[in-house]
Design a protein around this ligand. Structure first.
Ligand code: PMP
Length: 461
């Protein structure tokens, strides 16, 4: 029989996975501990269970009681999962920057969710911390686990997560990279590993704008990691050094994890992996670096994994516009010849057949080259033919029979160099100039259209 009594028995024992692809360019072995495989979907299952157990033992939580907690979402899920089984009511107070997926998830567990403004001081009565305090006072039988002060939080990682990692690696761990929110994870795991004499270096990965690495707290979009104060559950002496990571680097690294490793992780996992790859520069091929991947990317499908949200926040823009024209040409439909073109001497119906066959709306017009000459020279371009202009003529100019392309063509399209950026091409691809020629040295390398650029931007990470 392999049956468990409750889901709670399945918390922990998460696997360590080699991050082969994202770490291909660094010497050490880089591993990720996949905390999103906990039954509630995050590392916080571990403390949800531990804090409820401790409260029950201390008589702070009794049958019929209510759990009130300020949470960024994952602790809520860990608490709600246990509370659902033991019959406690849950009220969670969340800052308004948290994703809707997290709020919906907590409501799905039957919890009540109160959303508070992020942009107020933590001592402001409207902050999610103070609102949670007020609700705890006002609700009979209420208990606030208070993950930022509760010693059961780091203790759970000291008792369970640390030993688990130590066993999985046979004690061989050179560097641990973790984000810190409450600091429970990094504190508990580091204390255990250091006490075992592993000689582990502990690297804290921190979002720019969090007080752990910034003089002054500032806004950032990453959820769950970093703080605007130093929590009692974080012991800074255990952290050997901090690496600061921008929202942009965190989110793009999360996306790489999903696309290159198949690990659909949340934002703070991206922060940790980015910092681990930075720290890896100090280690050789024998070293093992472990990152903690706190939660699942399913919490952020409308944010980190949504191209519109990423672009609106300026995280995708540079990837697109910094790309080179040569990258876009490589992406163009594979069944097209390098340069679809017509010749000056072609009859107009022949030229229309070429536009149709290749389903393009414009082509350059070339002078016929001598037989045996490979490829098209940029100097052979004498004009351009637009489907739109041909149509206009068909309706307005009588007696077009027997005309050649040379009779009806317009001036050549502007030329950009294949080594220029997409951004430079966009300067030329304006409203009435939908296509440009691309030169590569003396040769014509292709035609670039606005829709080519759009197709390319949609496909890129
Ligand atoms: N990442 C995410 C997504 C989290 O929810 C949390 C918990 N706030 C952390 C990282 C940090 O974990 P800890 O509170 O143990 O420092």
């Amino acid at each position: 029989m392999s049956v468990v009594d409750s889901l709670v028995d399945l918390v922990g024992d998460t696997p360590l996975v080699r991050l082969r692809n994202v770490s291909a360019n660094v010497a050490p072995t880089v591993l990720g501990k996949v905390e999103y495989l906990n039954p509630g979907g995050s590392v916080k299952d571990r403390i949800g269970l531990a804090m409820i157990r401790a409260a029950e033992q201390q008589g702070l939580l009794a049958p019929g009681g209510t759990i009130v907690e300020p949470t960024s979402g994952n602790t809520g899920a860990g608490l709600a999962m246990v509370a659902a089984q033991r019959g406690y009511r849950c009220v969670f107070v969340m800052p308004d920057k948290q994703s809707n997926e997290k709020i919906d998830m907590l409501r799905a567990f039957g919890a009540e969710v109160v959303v508070c403004p992020t942009a107020v001081d933590r001592d402001d009565p409207r902050s999610y911390y103070r609102t949670a305090d007020r609700l705890t006072e006002e609700t009979p039988g209420a208990f606030q686990p208070n993950q930022y002060f509760n010693p059961a939080n780091p203790q759970a990682h000291y008792d369970v997560t640390g030993p688990e990692l130590y066993r999985q690696l046979g004690g061989h761990i050179d560097c641990l990279v973790s984000t810190a929110g409450t600091g429970g994870t990094i504190t508990g795991v580091s204390r255990y590993l250091k006490e075992q004499g592993t000689g582990v270096e502990v690297v804290g990965a921190d979002p720019a704008g969090s007080v752990f690495t910034s003089e002054e707290a500032g806004p950032y979009l990453l959820e769950g990691a970093g703080e605007d104060f130093w929590p009692a559950t974080l012991e800074p002496d255990l952290v050997d050094r901090w690496v600061q990571v921008t929202d942009r680097d965190s989110f793009l690294t999360s996306r790489r994890m999903a696309r290159e490793e198949g690990l659909l992780v949340g934002g703070s996992a991206g922060t940790a992996v980015w910092a681990a790859l930075a720290a890896a520069a100090d280690y050789g091929p024998e070293a093992t670096i472990v990152t903690l991947l706190p939660d699942t990317g399913r919490n952020y499908l409308s944010k980190i994994y949504n191209d519109d949200w990423m672009a609106a926040n300026g995280f995708l823009e540079k990837v697109g516009t910094a790309a080179l024209i040569s990258d876009v040409l490589k992406h163009k439909r594979g069944d097209l010849p390098a340069v679809v073109h017509v010749h000056r001497q072609d009859e107009v119906p022949e030229a229309i057949a070429v536009l149709r066959e290749h389903q393009v709306s414009q082509v350059p017009v070339l002078e016929r080259t001598e037989p045996g000459f490979e490829g098209e020279r940029i100097t052979a371009v004498v004009g351009s033919l637009y489907e739109r202009a041909l149509l206009d003529r068909a309706f307005s100019v009588p007696g077009e029979d027997g005309k050649t392309v040379g009779d009806v063509m317009g001036p050549p399209m502007p030329t950009v160099d294949v080594r220029e950026t997409v951004e430079a091409a966009m300067q030329v691809l304006t409203g009435d100039q939908p296509a440009v020629l691309v030169s590569e040295g003396p040769m014509l390398a292709g035609v670039l259209t606005r829709s080519d650029v759009l197709d390319y931007l949609m496909l890129k990470p």
